[in-house]
Design a protein around this ligand. Structure first.
Ligand code: HEM
Length: 414
């Protein structure tokens, strides 16, 4: 059951015992739920579909922490571990609102376009092939699919996108995983953020000095808005590079893991995939709904009192979108098949797992491209891939942003 504080707020943990059950419970409590987060921080959560869409697209809810009363008063400080999931600097598009946000989105649109990312297809195929080759020798042993494969390939793809060698990324992935875990030591995320910023600032400066020699995402950003006197500054570029890994890596890792997990738990669907009765696209989209990688998106802040879903959110209060709970919405997805069921043939409803409104994910074409290449290649190479432990034993390390598995033990070949 849901646990409440004495004054009726729902206690939300960084790591729930059962993520899927937690989603259903929060949906039941919805549409708008008063919550208490780790560290005693108070907020609201939207846990139904329509109210989530409405608030994501409502200019009275903004991303700038300048509007968060508890942060401005010092009741919540930068040291709060979950601040790792809340951008505070005004060069980060995730923290921008209104016209400055629209400017950033316009400048990054072309580098992120489906056409631009499609050019990565042959490289993604080659990187996947290489990663699969590296697993051949140990295919008969228990191994961690997350650290050995689903983590590595998207990181290599980002390396490709940025035009930097894979070696440079060795620690980066781990730093990000920590940043988003919500389980770091007090203040540790501040140190990590500084290190990451330094890394990307140096990279930007290096490429700025020889921009004509590069034809990658960083160079695209350096050229964005040239000619119209509105170019991105080096700081904006460094923060964008940092944000893209932050927003795009762990999410994609989890999309891959979640699809593999759903298919192994539903072998009938895997057979149908092989017989061509269901498409990979349908399986990926249903996984995005059934098990959204971005379980919770932290905080928008009310710029005035807003009445919504039977509650009044006061000016200065924080609101999070519980994407995970909203996927259980009967009104959007119907009663049959029940929203808690993984069913790639589902026709009713449209997930918002890539967000909605002005901050909708610009990386969706890239993650769909990656999933559509990497997953079929994995199952083609290792058709007998299976879990090495029962599904119930898979452990999630955090759920207040991206629901990452600690480990994904599998055997690739019996
Ligand atoms: C924003 C989900 C992959 C880059 C978002 C948002 C969501 C999301 C829900 C909206 C955040 C908000 O409302 O404040 C996902 C999921 C992914 C994924 C589920 C993978 C399955 C990627 C990739 C990239 C990326 C691959 C980059 C290459 C971004 C950026 C933003 C964003 C930069 C911020 C946009 C803004 O604030 O205007 N993503 N994302 N994402 N995503 Fe993704």
């Amino acid at each position: 059951p849901v646990q409440h504080t004495p004054d009726g707020a729902v206690l939300v943990r960084a790591v729930p015992e059962d993520v899927q059950a937690d989603r259903e419970r929060l949906y039941q409590e919805g549409p708008v739920v008063r919550v208490e987060l780790p560290g005693g921080v108070r907020a609201w959560a939207t846990t139904h579909h329509e109210v989530s869409r409405a608030t994501l697209n409502d200019p009275r809810f903004v991303k700038s922490v300048a509007h968060w009363a508890d942060f401005q008063s010092g009741a919540v400080t930068a040291e709060w571990p979950l601040m790792g999931t809340i951008p505070t600097d005004d060069t980060n598009m995730l923290a921008l609102d209104g016209a400055p946000h629209r400017r950033m989105r316009r400048l990054i649109a072309s580098p992120f376009s489906a056409r631009r990312v499609e050019r990565l297809r042959p490289r993604i195929e080659a990187l996947t092939s290489k990663a699969l080759d590296a697993l051949e020798e140990r295919a008969g042993e228990r191994l961690d699919l997350r650290s050995e494969f689903t983590f590595k390939v998207p990181m290599a793809v980002i390396g490709e996108l940025y035009g930097v060698a894979e070696e440079e990324y060795t620690n980066l992935g781990e730093m990000y995983a920590k940043l988003f875990s919500g389980t770091t030591e007090e203040g540790e995320h501040l140190q990590i953020y500084a290190t990451l910023f330094q890394f990307f600032a140096e990279m930007t400066a290096r490429k700025r000095a020889a921009v004509d020699e590069h034809d990658d995402f960083t160079a695209d950003l350096l050229r964005a808005g040239e000619g119209e006197d509105d170019a991105l500054s080096d700081t904006e570029i460094a923060v964008t590079l940092l944000t893209v890994v932050a927003a795009g890596h762990e999410t994609t890792v989890n999309l891959l893991n979640n699809v593999v997990r759903a298919l192994l738990a539903h072998p009938g669907q895997l057979d149908r995939l092989r017989r061509g009765e269901v498409t990979w696209d349908a399986v990926v989209e249903e996984t995005l709904r059934y098990d959204p990688p971005n379980n919770v998106m932290m905080f928008r802040f009310a710029t005035e009192d807003v009445e919504i879903g039977g509650e009044t959110i006061r000016k200065g209060e924080a609101l999070m979108t519980h994407y995970g709970a909203a996927t259980r919405d009967r009104q959007e997805f119907g009663e049959e098949p029940h929203p808690s069921v993984f069913d790639p043939d589902r026709t009713q409803g449209r997930h918002i797992s890539f967000g909605y409104g002005p901050h909708i994910c610009p990386g969706a074409p890239l993650s769909r491209l990656e999933a559509g290449i990497i997953l079929p290649m994995l199952f083609e190479r290792f058709p007998d891939l299976r879990l090495a432990v029962p599904d119930e034993e898979l452990e999630v390390v955090a759920a207040l942003s991206v629901t990452s598995l600690r480990e994904f033990p599998v055997v690739l070949r019996p």
